[in-house]
Ligand binder design. Structure first.
Ligand code: OAD
Length: 250
């Protein structure tokens, strides 16, 4: 396995999925024993499920919050936080995970595309989403407006991804793509870690990066749905391969 190609001007865009947290003990979605097992996705992760039975939804996310209390970031999360300290604004991390492990590891330039398990928001008033580690047996009411129901700040199936987040990613790619290496590549390296490549828009990032002339690498335990779109696929455990791939960052 080679380290990723870094120069003093390389911009690194990283996409992570459930696989990066697997070795921290957070179950992945689609692997055997995954999170959805025993739960109907529609029931706990869609606006329709919420309307039908918000109490079941809160029980499910409360259970997930309890599970998070015991997990810690691993070497792969830490390696990404370390590389960000070297690259500064030449680094952007997009995660599909809601486990907040990247921020606990010290990452700052993080876009949590699918929300954050430790945040809640009101379904009625304009109060911004807020940090919330509590667990609920009954549906909580917003203390600010006194009437709206609180819900987990998670992007459910059929819901929109935050537009500002998508714009921030596009801008990062655009800026990096303006600069070229001697070999004619864009000064953009894309690394996807621990993701099965089936959920969009995250799964479409590799194609965008390739279209602007960036180089794309996948670090995953097994081939993903879109591995054929990457320049190189490195198979293995995130805690072992991510630190090695990032060794040359400067
Ligand atoms: P998946 O569970 O679909 O895929 C996890 C990937 O990580 C698989 O390809 C595994 O092979 C790989 N993997 C497992 N252990 C690993 C390890 N130790 N090191 C490296 N790779 C490992 O998870 P995501 O791709 O993140 O969306 O799923 C995407 C989205 O689907 C989730 O964010 C969620 C779900 O529906 C929402 O909740 C909106």
């Amino acid at each position: 396995m080679h380290a990723l190609p870094f120069s003093d001007t390389t911009c690194l865009l990283v996409l992570t999925g459930a696989g990066i947290s697997a070795e921290s003990g957070v179950p992945t979605f689609r692997d055997a024993g995954g999170l959805w097992e025993g739960h109907d996705i529609r029931e706990v992760a869609s606006p329709e499920g919420w309307e039908e039975n918000p109490q079941t939804v809160w029980r499910f996310y409360s259970q997930r919050r309890r599970g998070l209390a015991k997990v810690r970031p691993n070497r792969a999360h830490e390696a990404l936080a370390e590389v960000e300290r070297k690259l500064g604004d030449r680094f952007l991390l997009v995660t599909q995970n809601v486990d907040a492990l990247h921020t606990s590891a010290g990452s700052e330039r993080v876009i949590e595309l699918h929300g954050n398990l430790l945040r809640s928001r009101c379904t009625d008033c304009a109060r911004p989403a807020f940090h919330d580690e509590r667990t609920y047996d009954a549906v909580p009411v917003c203390q600010e407006c006194g009437q709206g129901r609180l819900r987990p700040d998670i992007v459910w199936f059929g819901e929109m991804i935050d537009r500002a987040a998508l714009t921030r990613i596009s801008k990062f790619i655009e800026l990096a793509a303006r600069r070229r290496t001697a070999a004619g590549y864009a000064e953009l390296v894309f690394l996807a870690v621990g993701t099965s490549g089936v959920v969009f828009p995250a799964a479409g990032l590799v194609q965008i990066v390739r279209e602007v002339g960036g180089r794309a690498y996948l670090a995953n335990l097994e081939e993903s749905d879109n591995s054929h779109q990457f320049d190189e696929v490195v198979l293995g455990k995130a805690t072992e391969i991510v630190p090695a791939l990032l060794a040359g960052a400067r």
